[in-house]
Design a protein around this ligand. Structure first.
Ligand SMILES: Nc1ncnc2c1ncn2[C@@H]1O[C@H](COP(=O)(O)OP(=O)(O)OP(=O)(O)O)[C@@H](O)[C@H]1O
Ligand SMILES: [Mg+2]
Length: 348
């Protein structure tokens, strides 16, 4: 059974190998025939015949070895050129037609290594950018806090006109700093895979009531109406309660933060297998050219405005990771001056 299944492959392999040396083989056979004819008609000695056969065989083997050495040195030269970075493009990898299978293997390997290197370079660039952004974001509030404290210590503490104001400013920056550090911890947990999700069924409507009551004072302060449109039935969804709360809070806080007048609505829409959760606002909107970038870390459409509101620019990056961990995705539609709608789906 085993022999039967291996035999055709071996025969195929032999034919394949023979195809590489067909020129030499034909030459050898031709010379052998000539030698047989010559010895048969002109030389009547077996020793001479054998000698001629031996010489031909030696020539054949020598030719084969020479050819192999040439091929190996051709492959070696190509490898050295790749190592030295002289090969810029996959089409620069060319070997003689005999070595076609080796050539395609080298091309394959080259493009795989090139892709891996490009990916590592991209990661390295992102890491540097991230580190630069983190340092910059940390430096700003720390310098500000330092500045206010120094001013207060230098005498402003007894100036009743400014002392409270400076302390409030310093406090705002500590809030910002603490938000930033918490977001960074989340991002790092996501990256190291430590953000474990604990999936279970829970009633989504009850849950949204909790989020709304947490954020109502924030909306009231800005005189923005915070509305909830539930589904007809109280439906259970499958997900990580705590993390989904983080997502909803982030999206709703954004909606309130970037809305001046009007309302913020959280709506649940029942679909076949999912519940679509929509957070809609009547706020400033996001310009179309910025929409593809809002999930990037530290990206803010209006840096100053976001910072004033205590924003770090990490919120949506975290939202995206959490929603994707629920095998879903965040969708966004927005119109400048009209409003924004973020949505994602959870399994029923
Ligand atoms: N509902 C929205 N309306 C208008 N712009 C928005 C809205 N949500 C997000 N944005 C824009 O996207 C940017 C990124 O949002 P993200 O939540 O990641 O950061 P942030 O709100 O600035 O800070 P934080 O990390 O504290 O949430 C915001 O700075 C803002 O410019
Ligand atoms: Mg935010």
């Amino acid at each position: 059974m085993v022999i039967g299944s291996k035999l055709p492959i071996n025969v195929k392999l032999i034919f394949h190998s023979l195809s590489f040396i067909k020129k030499e083989l034909f030459l050898f056979l031709f010379l052998l025939i000539v030698a047989i004819v010559v010895t048969h008609y002109f030389v009547y000695s077996l020793t001479v015949s054998l000698l001629i056969f031996l010489i031909l065989l030696l020539l054949f083997v020598f030719q084969l070895i020479r050819k192999r050495i040439d091929e190996i040195s051709e492959i070696k030269k190509m490898m050295i050129a790749i190592r030295k970075g002289e090969v810029k493009n996959i089409s620069d990898i060319n070997l003689t037609s005999n070595l076609e299978p080796v050539e395609s293997e080298i091309r394959e390997m080259y493009s795989q290594i090139k892709n891996d290197i490009d990916y590592l370079k991209k990661l390295e660039r992102m890491r540097k950018e991230f580190l630069g952004n983190v340092s910059h974001e940390l430096r700003t509030p720390i310098f500000a806090i330092q500045g206010y404290i120094e001013t207060l210590l230098n005498g402003a503490i007894s100036d009743t006109k400014v002392n409270k104001h400076f302390l409030e400013k310093a406090n705002n920056h500590t809030v910002h700093l603490s938000n930033l550090v918490n977001d960074l911890i989340d991002i790092s947990m996501i990256e190291t895979g430590e953000m474990r999700m604990s999936f279970r069924y829970f009633y989504i409507s009850d849950y949204i009531h909790e989020v709304i009551s947490d954020l109502k004072p924030f909306a009231d302060e800005k005189k923005i109406e915070l509305r909830f449109v539930p589904t007809e039935k109280n439906i259970q969804v499958f997900g990580d309660r705590a993390r989904i709360k983080q997502v909803l809070t982030n999206l709703t806080v954004n909606a309130i933060k970037y809305t001046e007048v009007g309302s913020v609505t959280i709506e649940l829409i029942e679909e076949n297998k999912n519940i679509k959760i929509v957070v809609r606002d009547t706020g400033i909107g996001i310009p179309p050219e910025d929409l593809p970038r809002i999930f990037e870390r530290f990206f803010r459409v209006d840096k100053e405005r976001s910072k004033d509101a205590g924003g770090t620019g990490l919120g949506l990056a975290i939202v995206k990771h959490i929603v994707e961990a629920h095998t879903s995705k965040v969708e966004v539609v927005s119109k400048v001056g009209v409003g924004t709608e973020f949505s994602f789906r959870l399994k029923k």
